[in-house]
Write a protein that binds this ligand. Structure first.
Ligand code: 7RM
Length: 635
């Protein structure tokens, strides 16, 4: 019997040890006992990191939608599968039951088929956070089409690049979207993109904002009438475990976006298993992940992981600040959310505002809080713990990547004692290594290095779409027989991991390797500081010096900025040492961020280096307008 749900620390260590010694037995048991397969595998695992070639459950046959939908109908057909909370709080929430989800996915799958989409075809999905988004992923999976979701905040150029890279035959979009007070003309963006994409035959358009849009004859079709005509029965396409399920693009530090390819069987097993354990998920829970399905977090932990467990998963269309800073907590109270999963950037944004926005609401339904996407600083961790979890909800700081498909390092609630800013322990089946610059593994505790994984796990990306060589070079060439994550990490005295940030964020000052995250944490402890980012810039003596961009909570003209600079350096000296003091501190209105809240240090670095004429593409940023202000205020 597998230990599918880990309940205490001793059990974690037992299960973890088993997963190290007998990885195939460990994953094989989980896969066999908790999922439905049309045929079992010939081998649990075959792999060769030198190629690299990774196959999990090869020879097995399944359809992931049978696992996410059909198998639940008999026992929980009337349970809410997707709980849709609209942008506008006055609009009614929608409870889509498993029965209804089944009908809608089957109808949508039939529409895809009727439009000529077949197994293996790529379908681009460019939709806001409305039910059609989740349903369209599942409809593709139902018929074996490969979905490629592009976050519906990306520009037409970014969309076109991704459509072209995967030669998608279809785009699924909507007339427009709501985002806080704004409406966005999604269809107009799609039109611009598709003009440059020869592979696109059909554009399916869902209605969301009832805007008057142009429909191109022969190419564009309204979705609803096609759904209305379609049968609610669509036999699932029987897939091989290693057939691609989806492509999802992630931007690297250089070059074009990488289309990470995830396959069916291993991805399903890993996301379902980690969802169950990391969120301590129980049958009547109402789980909410605030990410957008345009990111891997949404794929794995809004759609596939929760639905494979028969969970109720909330889809939120809006933003944390609309109609006011209390929106998240209003929704938590309204739907009695039990697990809440968000990003540090959202936590910090809300922590800046008055606690009245939190205290108005009853948050007593919450059991587990999660965070993902970037290192969470100590101050934000405590704010989350004290004010949202009321010190009663374990915080799961989950480290993982688009490439890993599922969570890799995380506490297991009620088993792993948490520690602020630490993602703590590797999940079962995850074999980590810290490496030094010379390619040697750093053993023991209280060490830091580059974070690698030495053994395959089921949900790892298998390749980069159309460029296996790049996959090999990016992830399997830095260290022999290892997957290199690109992150740095330290391991403390009990073996807990703390992610210190991307390795390219390491700055060497006078021969000392300084991670940006600990310095930023120190600065953020200053009561006047809201957020900060550090980059290096060339220095005659030290090699590199540190340049800090600091956002203040209030931009008071009356404040003495020179005093603040001294105080900030004082805090850094206390926390890290004088070596980490900043040479320049620029107070700024904002930091350039990706849509998922990661600071674009590349741009800050360029500005600090005085290379403003070559900033690269900033159109995919969340806030491209701050770049001009940062340049204006430059020291
Ligand atoms: C899930 C996701 C991946 C990168 C990763 C890290 C950073 C993610 C954490 C984190 C510290 C965390 N996928 N990262 N989670 N850093 N603590 N809990 O975010 O592909 O978009 O990004 O994000 O640098 O390599 S992603």
């Amino acid at each position: 019997m597998s230990n599918y749900h880990i309940k205490h620390l001793e059990e974690y260590y037992q299960v973890y040890r088993k997963s190290l010694r007998y990885p195939e037995v460990f994953w094989g048991e989980i896969a066999e006992e908790h999922f439905v397969w049309r045929k079992l595998w010939d081998n649990v695992l075959e792999y060769d990191f030198s190629k690299p070639s990774i196959k999990w459950f090869d020879g097995a046959k399944l359809n992931i939608t049978e696992n996410c939908i059909d198998r639940h109908l008999r026992i929980r057909g009337d349970k809410t599968a997707i709980l849709f909370e609209p942008n506008n709080p006055d609009e009614e929430a929608q409870h889509i039951t498993y029965n209804q989800l089944s009908e809608r996915v089957n109808q949508f799958a039939n529409v895809l088929k009727n439009q000529g989409i077949k197994k293996g075809d790529r379908v681009c999905i460019y939709l806001p956070m409305i039910p059609e988004l989740a349903i369209s992923l599942l409809a593709c999976a139902r018929i074996g089409a490969i979905h490629s979701v592009v976050f519906a905040g990306f520009s037409s150029t970014a969309l076109a690049t991704r459509i072209q890279d995967a030669s998608c035959k279809m785009v699924i979009t909507s007339d427009g979207s709501y985002r806080g007070k704004k409406t966005i003309d999604l269809k107009g963006i799609v039109d611009e993109a598709v003009d440059q994409c020869e592979s696109i035959e059909t554009v399916l358009v869902a209605k969301r904002i009832q805007s008057d849009i142009r429909m191109k004859d022969g190419r564009d079709k309204w979705l609803q009438p096609l759904l209305d005509e379609a049968s609610t029965i669509c036999e699932p396409e029987i897939m091989d475990a290693e057939d691609p399920l989806f492509i999802l693009y992630t931007s690297g530090s250089t070059g074009s976006p990488k289309g990470m390819v995830h396959t069916t069987g291993g991805y399903m097993v890993n996301t379902a298993y980690t969802f169950k354990n990391v969120f301590n998920y129980k049958e009547n829970d109402v789980y909410w992940c605030t990410a957008d399905i345009g990111w891997i977090t949404g794929h794995s932990y809004i759609v596939y992981g929760p639905l494979a467990n028969g969970a109720t998963t909330v889809m939120f269309e809006g933003v944390p600040t609309y109609p006011d800073y209390g929106r998240f907590w209003e929704v938590v109270e309204k739907h009695k959310i039990t697990q809440f999963y968000t990003a540090p950037t959202a936590i910090r944004a809300l922590a800046k505002e008055s606690l009245d926005f939190v205290d108005k609401y009853d948050l007593s339904s919450l059991k587990v809080l999660g965070t993902v996407g970037e290192p969470i600083n100590e101050e934000a961790w405590h704010w989350y713990n004290d004010n949202i979890g009321k010190k009663k909800c374990p915080i799961v700081d989950t480290w993982w990547q688009t490439e890993t498909g599922g969570m890799m390092i995380s506490p297991i609630p009620f088993a792993t004692p948490t520690k602020p800013t630490y993602a703590t322990l590797p999940l079962p089946g995850v074999q980590l290594a810290l490496m030094d610059e010379n390619g040697q593994e750093i053993k023991g505790n209280q060490v830091d290095g580059r974070l690698c994984v030495k053994f395959p796990w089921p949900s790892m990306a298998r390749t980069i779409w159309g460029n296996h060589q790049r996959y090999k070079e990016t992830y399997f060439s830095a260290y022999k027989n290892m997957y290199f994550t690109g992150d740095g990490a330290l391991r403390d005295e009990v073996g807990y991991y703390r992610i210190t940030g991307r390795v390219d964020d390491v700055i060497i000052v006078s021969g000392h390797n300084l991670g940006t995250a600990p310095i930023e944490d120190a600065i953020n402890e200053h009561p006047a500081v809201a957020e900060s980012a550090i980059v290096g810039y060339p220095h005659d003596v030290k090699g590199n010096a540190l340049y800090g961009y600091v956002i203040l909570k209030e931009i008071g003209e009356g404040r003495n900025h020179d005093n603040l600079r001294k105080e900030i350096n004082q805090i850094i000296t206390e926390h890290i040492g004088p070596i980490a003091k900043l040479d320049k501190i620029q107070f700024t209105v904002g930091l350039p961020k990706t849509r998922s809240g990661k600071i674009m240090r590349r741009i800050l670095r360029k500005i600090a280096h005085n290379e403003m004429d070559n900033l690269g593409d900033i159109s995919t940023l969340l806030n491209p307008e701050v770049v001009a202000s940062i340049i204006d205020e430059r020291l």
